[in-house]
Design a protein around this ligand. Structure first.
Ligand SMILES: [Zn+2]
Length: 248
């Protein structure tokens, strides 16, 4: 089995009760955290669990800033947790360490066991197999494919059209796909995020079992995004509501 729990899903910034990007994936034995955006640390704390590892898709603040809160928690109140595996593309760890003022012997480097990752990398966290793919985003970034117990989930991270999301999502049981924008795709569109209809197209072309939309602009009505994606994808479509749990 594999279960996805949404800690937060707001695109670009958190709003009251609605953290930015952060998810837990649990195979019944291992808990993997995907992204750690602002507001997700308190949501994690509310659940009373520390993940076995964290994968951060890229360095934009809405996907990683609560690692600083998690660091303070580990440093001051969880002496039992050291070397939490943190997988992130180039630039994430160094920037956060700089912000924490972490010199060579700093506690930051004991709290986390950092590994720099890139598209094409594969590794395992407990019984969860992780594969990373390329995305269309203006900083080093990845999408994340997870396989456990014969079930498969693909998380897009942030991306525009292109990259590996559609290929890696092929036949997946669940596609957790960013859908930052709504409405008709405009000619001068921002190339590094998707419209809800495009997320639906990716889901349809990949033949996934179900689609969960995430990273919506905080002012958008999720029901509209669901309708736009459902117009092009025949399977079940949902919005990643904070607190939602889905069996993959
Ligand atoms: Zn981003």
């Amino acid at each position: 089995m594999m279960r996805l729990t949404v800690l937060g899903s707001n695109g670009t910034y958190p709003t009251p009760g609605r953290p930015a990007s952060g998810y837990l994936v649990d195979d019944g034995d291992t808990v993997l955290m995907l992204d750690c955006g602002p507001g997700t640390f308190p949501a994690l704390l509310a659940r009373g669990e520390i993940p076995d590892a964290i994968v951060v898709t890229h360095r934009h603040g809405d996907h990683c800033l609560d690692l600083l809160s998690l660091f303070n928690y580990l440093r001051f109140d969880r002496a039992d947790v050291r070397g939490l595996p943190l997988y992130a593309p180039d630039g994430v760890y160094r920037r956060l360490a700089d912000f924490a003022g972490a010199g060579d012997e700093h506690a930051f480097h004991r709290a986390f066991d950092h590994r720099t990752v890139a598209p094409g990398d594969r590794f395992e966290v407990g019984g969860i197999a992780v594969g990373l793919g390329a995305v269309a985003h203006p900083v080093p970034a990845v999408c994340v494919g997870l396989t456990a117990g014969g079930r498969r989930l693909l998380y897009s991270g942030d991306t525009g059209p292109g990259g590996d999301v559609a290929v890696m999502a092929s036949g997946a049981d669940l596609l957790l796909c960013e859908a930052t924008h709504q409405g008709p795709v405009s000619g001068d569109r921002y190339p590094y995020h998707l419209y809800a209809s495009e997320a639906g197209q990716v889901a349809a072309s990949a033949g996934v079992g179900r689609l969960v939309l995430t990273h919506l602009g905080p002012t958008l009505d999720p029901a509209v995004s669901i309708a736009e994606a459902a117009a092009v994808f025949n399977g079940p479509v949902a919005h990643a509501e904070p607190g939602m749990e889905v069996d993959v």
